[in-house]
Structure formats: C-alpha cells, structure tokens
Design a protein around this ligand. Structure first.
Ligand code: ZN
Length: 444
C-alpha cells in the first residue's frame, strides 16, 4: 500500500473540504438523493444545495429527477438524485505477467473503454512503461471513427474524445482524464510509488510511477494489487461498508493480501503491510521464492490445485466444476490448502480482528466448494470471542476488481480537492504542461 492509498480512506488529513466530502460520498455511495447528502454530511440544506451546484458546474456530478413515483422523505417535493459523472475518468492500469491493461473508469464506476495487450513474457519495468503509454494513447483518442482496428476494447464507446477540455465544463460525452492508477503484483514503496519487488515480473527496485508520469504527462500513482483489491471490495464488492476487512486473492502471481482497519487501508511504515501470502503456515513446508519456508502462497497454490483437478490454471469455472466431482486425490489437496488457509487466517484474525474476510480468485472457488469448513476451522483455533462475528465470503468484483481498485488511486487528487484538480485537468494534455504534471506526480 502506498502513501497515496492511505489518503483514499475517508479520514485523511488535512480535513477535506465539504465539497470534497460530498464528491466522495456521491462517488462511493451514489446515485444518492440530495436530501440524503444533507443528512449524511450534517451540512444544512442550503449549503448542500450550493456545494452540489459547484460540483455540477465543474462537471463532476449531475443532478436528475427523483425516481418516478418517489414520494421523497414525505415532506415537500422529492429530492433530486445526484450522480457522479461517467465522463470524468481515471486510467486504471494493471500489469500482469501475461498482459497489460489500461481501462478508463468513470467517476460513477463505469468502465468506459479498455485496451489490453497480451505479453509473450513478463515485461520489464521499462517495457511496461512503454506498453502502458501506448495503450493510454490509444484509449484516449477518439473512438471507432479515427482509431479503426487499433481500438479493440469491447467496451470502447463511440465518437468521443478525451482530455481536450478547455474549461471546467466540457462538452457532453467528452471524457476528461484526471489521473492514472497502477496495480502492481508486488510491493510498492509508499514514498515514491516505485516497485520494490515484484517477484513474478522479475522487478527489483524499479522507479515505475515517475517514468510513467514523465511519459504521459499525467499524475501517476502505483500500489500493490491486493491492497487495491481490498479497497475495491470494500467500496463496491463483498466488503461494502465494512470497516475491518481482510482480503486475500489467489491468482497467477501467488496470494496477495490487503487489510482495511478502522475504515482505512493498512499501509505500514514503507507501504508493504498485508503480505499475508508470505505469512508462515507450515513448518515442513515448501521453499518460497521469497526465501522463506512454508508461506501460505506455497502451501495453498492455485497451480497445485488446478494440476490435480486437471483444469487450465486460469479457468476458475472449470476448477469449480472439477472440485464438485469430489475426487479423492483432489480432495486431499483441498484439505491441505484449507488447513493452510485457516492457519493464515487465524494469524490475521488475532492481529487485526476483521469483521469480514473476502476471498478472491481460486481461494473464492475453494470457499464455495468447502462452505463453512474454513470459518469453522478458523474459529476452532481462535481465542474465545475473536472470531465470533467473523464472516468469510467470496469476492464479488471478479476480474475487474483491480480495474476498480486502480481507478480509485487515479481519482485520489480529484477526490481530495475537486476544484484544484478539475482546473488542472484541462491542462494535462498539452505537452508544455507535462513537466509540471510529472513533477506533481513525484511529489505525493
Ligand atoms: Zn514467501
């Protein structure tokens, strides 16, 4: 978790302006009635009216009529509905060992466009910067009319342009790109967004965010993928509204973890907190690439499970189908992996006392297969009371979890200060402003 992510939490300092509080509320919980904004923020009605008006003026939110048949709160006219703009977008970047993806995600959470480029081998950091910059160029330009075959994203929309706004209120349908967020399968240093170690990509101490900011002229934030996944599941997935949450995702790059504590992402001194995949679960375990023995990610491994189940490593539906057959050899691997997972969760529970554990990737498939066995095993080895309220649930956001998590850090500056960033938005495209934007990106 980077320093940047800490500020995605609701309680960052300095205190956000009331306009920022409203924008965050609409972004995270909207569409929402204006009367509900007044109630949730504790502001008075005329203040809410004025601030929502400012945000409308800036093009960040829209007001619409209440739903048909709505009786409002019972007094007077029904309150207008406030929604975040789908045209204000962040670029969400995911760098995986076999693919690089850039998606433009609206402030309302919709994925507007995406470009994916398969990689024949894990890209170096410099290659990844090149690929991201190229995909970003493709995804920013006008849609199908001018890009033709280059625009392969299934969700690419029609004739829109991006990032060419000349004032706070752009033409309808014009996308405004406010920042870039990158999800990295590795540890990302809080201080500068550089990648400390991404084992499956083979990256060591790579200054990733700064060169990408230089190349694109946009503010760039980078963070560990599972930490972003945890935040995304809290905002829009299985952990919605939960303040104390542990997230574990099992994928091609092992098991990533993220922790939300007291409503804020747990970062640690350098930004490396939450690496639950490398917590100790087996004394006679397998040697991990991290150098240790018996890590959760070596004892509960997707490839070990799919190998015995006879399914393709990335086909989770096929894995679920194979597990349902209850083959004895497969079940022995399932039992070992469930034990390893329960041990890791026991440790996490005694450390951070979560209300909910969210399991993604193949761990979600494992959970669906064994049901309450995991929570029962965790409770059996937990101190009385510590796991009474614990729920263990599958992740809800599927393959787009990292897209939504990365977009959140792309929106960070906007959510912190709607006015300033919106002014900057219109000036990020001309090359003359690139140095300023890059400098800004390096100065969290
Ligand atoms: Zn390890």
């Amino acid at each position: 978790m980077t320093e940047h992510d800490r500020t995605t939490g609701p309680a960052h300092t300095p205190a956000p302006s009331n306009a920022a509080r409203i924008l965050r509320l609409v972004h995270e919980d909207g569409p929402i009635a204006r009367a509900e904004i007044t109630r949730r923020t504790g502001l008075n009605r005329s203040t809410t009216l004025a601030l929502v008006g400012e945000l409308v003026e800036l093009g960040l939110v829209h007001e619409g009529p209440p739903p048909a048949g709505s009786a409002g709160s019972g007094v007077g006219r029904p309150s207008p509905i406030v929604r975040a703009s789908a045209d204000v977008v962040a670029a969400a970047v995911t760098v995986e060992i076999d693919a690089v993806e850039v998606a433009l995600v609206g402030l309302d959470g919709t994925v507007r466009r995406r470009q994916v480029e398969a990689q024949v081998r894990p890209p170096s950091a410099a290659e990844a910067v090149d690929v991201v910059a190229r995909l970003l160029d493709q995804v920013r330009v006008t849609g199908a009319e001018t890009t033709g075959a280059e625009t392969t994203g299934a969700e690419t929309t029609g004739a829109e342009t991006t990032g060419t706004g000349t004032g706070p209120a752009p033409a309808p349908g014009q996308l405004r790109l406010v920042g870039v967020g990158v999800a990295v399968p590795g540890t990302v240093r809080a201080e500068d967004g550089s990648v400390q170690y991404a084992p499956h990509l083979g990256w060591h101490d790579e200054p990733f965010a700064a060169p990408l900011a230089d190349r694109t002229g946009l503010p760039v934030r980078a963070a560990n993928d599972a930490n972003l996944g945890a935040w995304a599941e809290r905002l829009a997935g299985s952990g919605r509204g939960v303040d104390d949450l542990v997230y574990l995702n099992g994928g091609a790059s092992g098991i990533g973890g993220g922790v939300i504590s007291g409503g804020r992402p747990l970062s640690g001194a350098d930004g490396y907190a939450g690496e639950l995949g490398h917590t100790f679960v087996a004394a006679n375990g397998i040697r991990c690439h991290c150098g240790a023995v018996g890590c959760l990610e070596t004892e509960a491994s997707r490839d070990a499970l799919t190998t015995v189940a006879g399914t393709a490593p990335d086909d989770l539906a096929a894995l679920a189908g194979a597990l349902a057959a209850d083959d004895p050899a497969t079940e022995r691997v399932v039992d070992r992996q469930v034990d390893a997972l329960a041990t890791a969760l026991r440790n996490a529970i005694h450390t951070v006392n979560p209300e909910v554990v969210v399991l993604g990737g193949f761990l979600g498939v494992l959970l669906d297969h064994v049901g309450d066995r995991i929570v029962t095993a965790v409770r059996a080895q937990s101190m009385a009371g510590t796991a009474d309220r614990l729920r263990i649930v599958p992740a809800a956001l599927g393959r787009d979890v990292l897209v939504h998590g990365a977009a959140e850090i792309g929106f960070r500056d906007l959510l912190r200060d709607p006015g300033t960033v919106t002014t900057a938005v219109a000036t990020t495209t001309p090359t003359s402003d690139r140095d300023d934007a890059a400098e800004e990106a390096r100065t969290p």
